[in-house]
Design a protein around this ligand. Structure first.
Ligand SMILES: [Zn+2]
Ligand SMILES: [Zn+2]
Length: 410
C-alpha cells in the first residue's frame, strides 16, 4: 500500500512539475514571501474570493464520477464562468447540486444548463437545482438546452415536461408561500442531435455548437463553446468519434470522458468481465482511447473524467493514458478549478465552506400572492395541536424587528 501511495503522490508531483514547466511558476509576491504578517499567494481557489479577469474563463468541476454518486465524487457537472459575466452549467449529474452550492454563486446567474444526454449521471440533479435554486434566490425560469431524441419520448423536452409534472406536489405546496418566479416551468430548447457543429446558442458574444456523440442510443451530444478567442469543449459520454476529433481540435481546454479501467470495473465495481468490456470500451471511452483522442486534437489542456479517482486508480489510469498521449493533462476530481486565459492555464483545487448558506439574491424578492395558497382539508387542519402561545413570541420579535404586522394562520 505504501508503494502504491507514493506512486500516486509521484504522479501528482510530476503533474505539478509539468504544469510549472509549461505555464511558468505561480505568481508569488517577492516582498511578501518571508513576511510574518502578510498573506502569501494562495495555491487553492476559495469560492467568492477572486475577481475573474475580463479575458478569463474559470471552469469548476462539480461532478466527475459515476452514476453511483459517492461522498468524494458526484456525477458529471461543470460550471463555466466567463469574464463577461456569463455562467453556464454543462450537465448536472446526481449529487452535483451540493457542489454547486459550495461555489457560492448567486442562483440568478445559474439559469443556463446544457445537457449532453439524459442519463441520470448527467441530469439527475436538475430537480435539485430547479427547486433548491429557486428557494435560494433564482428569480427567473431555468433555461435548459438538450438534444431531441430519435422519438419525441426520448427527447429533452419530454423528459423535462414530465420531470416538472413529477414535481406537482412539491410546487403546489409552495404556491402563495414563496417567490414564485423561479418555479415556472423549464424553458427548454431542443436541438437536433445529428447537427454537426451547428450553432445552438448565441448570445452576448458567446457561441455554443453541438456535435453528435455515440453512446447507448441515438441522442447524446458534446458541446463546443467559443468566446473571446477561447475555445472550450465539453464532451459528454461517447465512444470516441470523428466529430470530436475534427471539431475539438486545438481547443484551449477539452473535457472528454475517460471511463473506469476494465480491470477495476470487474474487481471494484463488480461488473462481469463481459459487461466490463462492453461498457468500459464500447459504450464509453477507455483511458487508452482517451489518450489517442487527445493526441489527435492536441488541446492546451486535456481533462479526463468519469472514473473513480482513488490513490490506487489514479496511477494506472494515468499510465494507460500516457501510453498514447504526452500533452498537458488534468485527471479531474470534484472541486478542481481551471483558470484559462490565452497566456496561461492554472489548475487548482477549491477549498470550500461546508457550512455554506445561500448567496444573496441579485434582485429584490417578490412577495407571493397568498390567496394562491392551497389549504389543508378540514380534517388535516383540525389535527393541529395548539402551539400559538409558544409561537407568538417569534411573530412579535420579527414584527418588531422588521416593522410588520404578520399573523399566525387561523
Ligand atoms: Zn451516459
Ligand atoms: Zn455518464
Amino acid at each position: 500500500m505504501t508503494a502504491t501511495k507514493s506512486a500516486a503522490i509521484g504522479v501528482s508531483v510530476s503533474l505539478i512539475t509539468m504544469v510549472l514547466y509549461l505555464y511558468g511558476p505561480l505568481e508569488v509576491g517577492a516582498a511578501e514571501q518571508y513576511s510574518p504578517t502578510q498573506p502569501r499567494a494562495r495555491d487553492f481557489y476559495a469560492p467568492n474570493s477572486e475577481e475573474l479577469g475580463a479575458d478569463e474563463m474559470r471552469l469548476i468541476a462539480c461532478g466527475t464520477g459515476m452514476p453511483t454518486a459517492r461522498p468524494k465524487q458526484a456525477a458529471s457537472c461543470w460550471i463555466l464562468e466567463l469574464g463577461n459575466g456569463d455562467k453556464f452549467i454543462f450537465d448536472i449529474g446526481t449529487g452535483s447540486a451540493e457542489r454547486i452550492s459550495a461555489m457560492q454563486i448567486p442562483y440568478n446567474y445559474l439559469d443556463k444548463v446544457f445537457l449532453s444526454h439524459l442519463h441520470t449521471d448527467h441530469f439527475g440533479d436538475l430537480d435539485a437545482l430547479f427547486v433548491g435554486g429557486a428557494l435560494a434566490g433564482r428569480q427567473k425560469p431555468l433555461r435548459v438546452w438538450g438534444p431531441k431524441g430519435d422519438t419525441p419520448e426520448r427527447g429533452t423536452k419530454y423528459a423535462l415536461d414530465h420531470l416538472y409534472k413529477a414535481l406537482t406536489w412539491d410546487l403546489d405546496g409552495r404556491k402563495g408561500i414563496t417567490d414564485p418566479r423561479g418555479y415556472q416551468a423549464f424553458e427548454v430548447t431542443e436541438f437536433d442531435y445529428n447537427g454537426i457543429n451547428e450553432i445552438i446558442y448565441q448570445e452576448n458574444g458567446v457561441t455554443i455548437r453541438s456535435i453528435p456523440a455515440i453512446h447507448a442510443l441515438d441522442g447524446p451530444v458534446s458541446f463546443i463553446l467559443e468566446w473571446n478567442g477561447l475555445k472550450f469543449v465539453f464532451g459528454g459520454d461517447t465512444y470516441p468519434n470523428q466529430w470530436y476529433a475534427k471539431y475539438a481540435k486545438d481547443a484551449d481546454l477539452a473535457i472528454h470522458e475517460c471511463f473506469v479501467a476494465v480491470p477495476d470495473l470487474i474487481t471494484k465495481f463488480k461488473f462481469t468481465p463481459q459487461s466490463a468490456l462492453a461498457v468500459g470500451t464500447q459504450i464509453h471511452t477507455s483511458p487508452e482511447a482517451f489518450g489517442k483522442m487527445m493526441s489527435i486534437i492536441e488541446p492546451r489542456m486535456a481533462v479526463a473524467y468519469h472514473f473513480f479517482k482513488d490513490f490506487d486508480t489514479t496511477g494506472p489510469i494515468n499510465d494507460r493514458i500516457r501510453t498514447i498521449y504526452e500533452g498537458p493533462l488534468s485527471l479531474a476530481e470534484d472541486y478542481m478549478v481551471w483558470n484559462i486565459t490565452k497566456e496561461n492555464i492554472r489548475v487548482r483545487m477549491a477549498i470550500y465552506d461546508e457550512d455554506v448558506w445561500p448567496p444573496p439574491a441579485t434582485e429584490e424578492p417578490q412577495l407571493p400572492d397568498s390567496s394562491l395558497r392551497i389549504p389543508y382539508s378540514e380534517f388535516i387542519a383540525g389535527g393541529k395541536y395548539d402551539m400559538t402561545d409558544v409561537i407568538q413570541p417569534t411573530y412579535d420579535e420579527i414584527n418588531k424587528e422588521y416593522g410588520l404586522n404578520e399573523k399566525q394562520d387561523d
